[in-house]
Ligand binder design. Structure first.
Ligand SMILES: [Zn+2]
Length: 138
């Protein structure tokens, strides 16, 4: 059974608290990265559970636009549009060839896509460094 991205987002908050992990920047942003990091290893073919979460953020953003609701820019979370795009960028960065459809469908401009692999490598390296000591029992 695949757990949704939101499960790992909340688990990330718990891990940061329990393991006293450092973050540089907002914790909400860091745990979106952690969720994407964990689920990167559960992705199949051109599918990713992280993309399911991304689509939920896009749907919520579109609902708010239709309802003419104010964007909660003061919230500790990024705006739903930003969270949608971040998740799409990070998933694409994991394997540009496998997720080429994200560019072809217009979710990701080519000019932004070229920077995604490097951004993903930094996220992957950071979470590996932070979690490895706890996963290996050292
Ligand atoms: Zn959160």
């Amino acid at each position: 059974m695949r757990r949704p991205s939101f499960f790992y987002h909340e688990l990330g908050h718990a891990l940061i608290h329990v393991l006293d992990l450092p973050t540089t920047g907002r914790q909400e942003y860091a745990v979106d990265q952690l969720s994407t990091y964990v689920l990167a290893y559960e992705s199949e073919a051109g599918d990713s559970p992280t993309l399911d979460a991304a689509l939920a953020f896009l749907a919520w953003a579109q609902e708010a636009k239709v309802a003419q609701a104010d964007s909660p820019y003061w919230d500790e979370h990024s705006l739903n549009e930003q969270r949608f795009l971040n998740l799409v960028y990070w998933v694409y960065g994991q394997d540009p060839e496998r997720f080429q459809h994200l560019v072809q469908q217009g979710h990701l401009p080519e000019s932004r896509a070229v920077r995604c692999p490097g951004e993903w490598q930094q996220i992957d390296k950071s979470w590996t460094v932070l979690l490895d000591p706890h996963l290996t029992g050292q």
